[in-house]
Design a protein around this ligand. Structure first.
Ligand code: SAH
Ligand code: SF4
Ligand code: F3S
Length: 511
């Protein structure tokens, strides 16, 4: 099937299910043409080459589509979604739309969704409920669902059946098709569904409107091939594919020229960077070694997978400079048996060994992590191994979750014999430990001078400024507005539960 045929076969312009006259015909028609997103197809990882495209443009037929119209995008989930929103905002602007920060005067509302846990999905269904009322009063409003949930067949089917206020559903591989999808939605006033199940493409020249002028995200790779047994991401984001180093470096240089102070390199598993290149000799360490020479004061990367974290990367990170020594290294569990069931492909010992190597190369490194409690069959002893690993590593902080079964993943088929009450209780115990160690670590900052990238006024008090340290600690302090966007030195006066209070030492660092 060529590209055009595939687009045609995957694209469905569904009749309006509310149109009673044609409901039966519609249903027949729909079944005959509708190809739902398939988790099974999404799992296939072909050996086909990654196609790089540089030819995105907004063709004449779409010019002015958004004149005198406003768009609003609500983003759920991780930084990858946040960054996709920046791309979609870029496309909207290219079409002539203006942004708005309220749904009330928007002409198009997009929900950029996350499928990682059930409660993430429930939030979106709740929001769709609210939007139904809005749509009743303003029938011309277009409502779209995109992001990871739209890659799930069960979600698409549910929306088609019960949420007829939705006009468009499109997947994570279809973002560049937004102009076509919008036009179709306007023309037909019928539900447009366009979701490709797997894609191996990288589209380089999509427009972007970044949310801030101080910090920026840069994708270095897309997708995930790890297939941890609990996780939906490999199905919703497609196969691992790396951007070419030259494209990434050019983007980072461009951001440096625009005076950005901090870059976060993004991918679901950034340590697998380059593994899909033919010669497989260029990895994340090599990329970081080039990027560190670019004149940007702070470089971060996320998310790391312990399995692919290699010595070359550790060596490069050890060079310091603008490469920050804060590493987010999700462990998920402290028990080797649970890690095996999760198919994480490392065990407790290897994780601790890696932590040891990182700390040897970067003595001041701070580590943060993600942990899942209540995985099917997790025993009390296995959970306690998570607690003991946490104490041993002394993470700065952690994102902690109760396991949530995701349809189509291997773990969802496992018998789960851990009662919800037990899962909740484990989460509480783990959070108590996380809080205890975070508080202890924050307390150590009292009296120290830290470097802060000032982001703006504090949310609670406009007379107070707020910014982040190299290790992502939020610091509040009083100072002139002229330091916003700059790196300055602040003396920490008090550690609060989650944040630090400080006073300005020096207005701006020589960089
Ligand atoms: N790629 C990253 C994580 C992406 S998802 C990594 O591999 O570490 C962010 C976090 O959500 C995961 O680290 C995991 O802790 C959590 N998570 C993923 N699937 C989950 C599920 N089914 N239930 C509960 N938490 C989950
Ligand atoms: Fe999910 Fe595992 Fe991939 Fe992370 S590495 S996105 S947890 S499958
Ligand atoms: Fe959620 Fe998709 Fe990110 S499932 S965590 S938005 S990759």
């Amino acid at each position: 099937m060529n590209e055009k045929q595939r687009i045609e076969s995957q694209k469905v312009v569904a009749g309006n299910p509310t149109d009673k006259k044609s409901a039966k015909d519609f249903s027949k028609y729909f079944e005959s043409v509708y190809i739902p997103p398939s988790l099974k197809d999404a799992k296939k990882r072909g050996k086909e080459e990654v196609n790089y495209h540089n030819d995105f443009h907004i063709s004449e037929e779409f010019q002015g589509l958004g004149n005198n119209k406003k768009f609003y995008i609500r983003t759920y989930g991780c930084q990858m979604n946040e960054h996709d929103t920046e791309v979609m905002a870029g496309i909207f602007l290219g079409l002539g739309y203006e942004p708005t920060d309220t749904v009330n005067d928007a002409d198009v509302i997009l929900l950029n969704t996350c499928a990682i846990r059930e409660n993430a999905e429930n939030k979106v269904f709740g929001e769709l409920g609210h939007l139904k009322t809005l749509k009743k009063h303003r029938p011309n409003l277009l409502i779209g669902v995109c992001g990871c949930m739209s890659q799930e067949e069960s979600v698409v089917n549910k929306i088609l059946k019960t949420y007829n206020q939705v006009d468009m559903i499109f997947g994570t591989h279809n973002i560049h098709r937004l102009p076509n999808i919008l036009k179709e939605a306007y023309m037909s006033k019928e539900m447009v569904v366009e979701v490709w199940s797997k894609e191996g493409d990288v589209i380089e020249n999509l427009p972007k409107v970044r949310k801030g002028e101080i910090k920026a995200w840069v994708n270095i790779m897309y997708g995930c091939d790890k297939f941890c047994t609990y996780c939906i991401v490999p199905y919703t984001r497609g196969k691992e594919r790396s951007r070419r180093p030259e494209d990434i470096i050019q983007e980072v240089r461009h951001l440096a020229a625009q005076d950005y102070q901090e870059i976060t390199l993004l991918g679901q598993n950034v340590n697998a960077y380059g593994k899909d290149f033919e010669d497989m000799t260029y990895g994340l360490g090599d990329l970081m070694d080039e990027i560190r020479k670019i004149d940007i004061p702070r470089i971060r990367f996320t998310t790391s997978h312990p399995r692919d974290f290699d010595d070359r990367l550790i060596e490069v990170l050890g060079k310091g400079g603008n490469l920050l020594d804060h590493i987010h290294l999700p462990v998920q569990s402290g028990s080797s048996e649970v890690l095996k069931m999760m198919a994480r492909k490392y065990d407790r010992e290897r994780y601790l060994e890696l932590v040891g190597k990182i700390k040897a190369a970067m003595p001041n490194a701070s580590l943060t992590t993600d942990i899942i409690v209540g995985f099917p069959n997790e025993t009390e002893e296995q959970f306690e191994e998570t607690l003991s690993l946490y104490r041993e590593v002394e993470f700065d902080t952690a994102y902690t979750f109760i396991y949530s079964p995701r349809e189509g993943t291997p773990a969802a088929k496992m018998v789960d014999n851990v009662p919800l009450e037990v899962k909740k209780e484990r989460l509480q115990r783990l959070n108590a430990l996380v809080n205890e160690i975070s508080a202890k670590k924050l307390k150590e900052y009292e009296g120290q001078v830290v470097e802060v990238l000032v982001e703006g006024e504090s949310k609670k008090n406009p007379d107070v400024l707020a910014g982040y340290t190299e290790k992502s600690k939020l610091v509040n302090f009083r100072g002139p507005k002229s330091v916003i966007g700059k790196l300055i030195k602040v003396k920490v006066t008090k550690a609060k539960t989650w944040t630090l209070d400080g006073e300005l030492v020096e207005e701006a660092l020589e960089v």
